[in-house]
Ligand binder design. Structure first.
Ligand SMILES: C[S@@+](CC[C@H](N)C(=O)[O-])C[C@H]1O[C@@H](n2cnc3c(N)ncnc32)[C@H](O)[C@@H]1O
Length: 237
C-alpha cells in the first residue's frame, strides 16, 4: 500500500475501505494508533489500517462473498447497531467506515461483558461517534434509548444460544426499511443440530421474520464453524 503517493494501490470498495494483498484496509479515524496490533500504512493525508480477516467475521465475509463485497458494509454517516462488540476489534473498523472524513456516523456497540466495555470505553474516548453500551442483546428495552432512530446496518456476533431469534428481534425493532443485516452464526452454539439442518432452520426463521436472505457465507478457513447470513430488511412502507 501507499508508498507516500497518497493513492494506495489495491481495489477501492468504498471511500474508506480498500482490498489489498489479500486483506481489507480501512482509512483510520484515529491515526497513529493500533487497536489490536494491526499493521498501519501511512500515506499522504492519513493512514490505512489492515483489517485482519482472521480476527473479524465482517472482514472475512468481504473476502469470501460471491457477490459485491461493498454491499456488506455500512456507508459513511450511517447510524449502525453492533451486538456482541467484544473488545472492539471489528467495531473500530466499522467506526473508521461510518465516521470517515467529517461524516457524522454513529456506532452503537453493545456487549454484556464489563471487561469488554472497559476496552470499548477507552476506544470511544478517541473515536467520537462510537457509543459503548453495557447491555444484553436479549433485553433491548434496557438499552434502546441509545438508539433513538432505526439503524441502516445491524451486525450481530454474540456466539450464544438462540442467535437467530435474538437477531430477528433486533432487526424488527431497529433495522430501517431496506437496511442491511449481518448475522454471524457460530454453528456450535446452537447444540443438538447438524450444520446443514441448523443453516436451513436459521434461513427459515429469518424468512419468517420478513428478512430477505441475500447470501449465506461460509467463513471456513478464517473463522471455522461460522456462517455469515446477509439479509435485507423488509420495506415496511
Ligand atoms: C465472538 S465475541 C465478539 C467479537 C467481536 N464481534 C469482534 O469481531 O471483534 C462475542 C461477544 O458477544 C458477547 N455476548 C455474548 N452474549 C451476549 C448477549 N446476550 N448480549 C450482548 N453481548 C453478548 C460476549 O461478551 C463477547 O464479547
Amino acid at each position: 500500500m501507499g508508498g507516500g503517493s497518497g493513492r494506495p494501490p489495491g481495489r477501492p470498495l468504498t471511500e474508506a475501505v480498500r482490498l489489498d494483498r489479500g486483506s481489507p484496509w480501512t482509512w483510520s479515524a484515529h491515526p497513529r494508533t493500533t487497536v489490536y496490533g494491526e499493521t498501519l500504512r501511512k500515506v499522504k493525508g492519513g493512514e490505512w489500517r489492515r483489517w485482519d480477516p482472521r480476527r473479524s467475521k465482517v472482514a472475512s465475509g468481504l473476502l469470501r462473498t460471491t457477490g459485491s463485497p461493498e454491499r456488506l458494509l455500512p456507508v459513511p454517516g450511517a447510524n449502525v447497531l453492533y451486538l456482541g462488540a467484544g473488545h472492539g476489534t471489528t467495531v473500530s473498523h466499522i467506526h473508521d467506515i461510518v465516521c470517515h472524513g467529517e461524516a457524522p456516523g454513529r456506532v452503537v456497540a453493545v456487549d454484556l461483558s464489563p471487561r469488554c466495555l472497559r476496552d470499548l470505553t477507552r476506544l470511544a474516548h478517541a473515536r467520537p461517534g462510537l457509543v459503548p453500551v453495557l447491555g444484553d442483546a436479549r433485553r433491548p428495552a434496557a438499552w434502546r434509548a441509545w438508539l433513538p432512530r432505526r439503524a441502516s446496518w445491524v451486525f450481530q456476533d454474540v456466539a450464544q444460544a438462540h442467535q437467530a431469534s435474538i437477531f430477528t428481534s433486533a432487526c424488527e425493532r431497529f433495522l430501517e426499511p431496506g437496511g442491511r443485516g449481518l448475522l454471524s452464526l457460530k454453528v456450535e452454539s446452537d447444540r443438538g443440530t447438524d450444520a446443514g439442518a441448523l443453516r436451513a432452520s436459521v434461513e427459515e426463521e429469518l424468512a419468517k421474520a420478513g428478512l430477505d436472505v441475500d447470501e449465506v457465507i461460509n467463513l471456513e478457513g478464517f473463522e471455522d464453524d461460522h456462517l455469515l447470513f446477509v439479509v435485507e430488511g423488509p420495506d415496511r412502507a
